[in-house]
Design a binder for this molecule. Sequence first.
Ligand code: ZN
Ligand code: FE
Length: 251
Amino acid sequence: MAFDYFQFPYNSDNYGVLIHDPKTGATAVVDPGEAGATEAAISQTGWTLSEIWITHHHWDHTDGLAAVKANHGAFVRGPEGVAGVDQVLSGGAKFEFAGADVDVLHTPGHTLDMLNFHLPSEEVVFTGDTLFVMGCGRLTEGTPEMMWESLQKLMVLPSETVVYCSHEYTEANAKFALSVDPENAALITRAEMVALKLSQGQPTVPTRMEAELETNPFLRPSDPAIRAALGMETATDGEVFAEIRRRKDNF
Ligand code: ZN
Ligand code: FE
């Protein structure tokens, strides 16, 4: 990775991230959801903020946008309909950050406007509230079909891709994952590692796509053991995904 990454927590369980190019000094923040925490991260790193990237319209991802933009005169990229966005992006768009390509993925499901940012040369993706560690976002606006299609856009990224997501929901996600995939050895081991990390006050984010493919039940509707556990051996992947999402909502 050519860039430096600085993840910072805010609110009760959100994460924002600063991306910094040491050569040019360019610095972006993904989701300045709280101005104070974003400013503290900027001060702590000593970096000069040049850009703001917004994943979706929810308040916990946009609340600090106006203040942080005003403080730094930063250029804002994000979805349509978010106040303060200078460049409206949609799926399939590309932009350059400090000479690196950023591919914009539209991943509706949690919200209809959700954008994810993939930096292929860095092998990094910012998944907002679409893909979480061992989980996925609640369907506040979209349908299960939409979310399953969105997650498949992330599943085809190289397995070594580093995944930054916007919430620390990992402990609850691991408990749920074990309820639908109890025999998965990789999941059992990972749940133990996650509990240890959290007990030491460490974040469980970022993760890697490879670990998600092995342990995240929302990426595994084709898995025979999960299908058997749900009694859905002959259903489509989309149907199994919808049932896993429904169960998580009621867990
Ligand atoms: Zn959200
Ligand atoms: Fe959120």
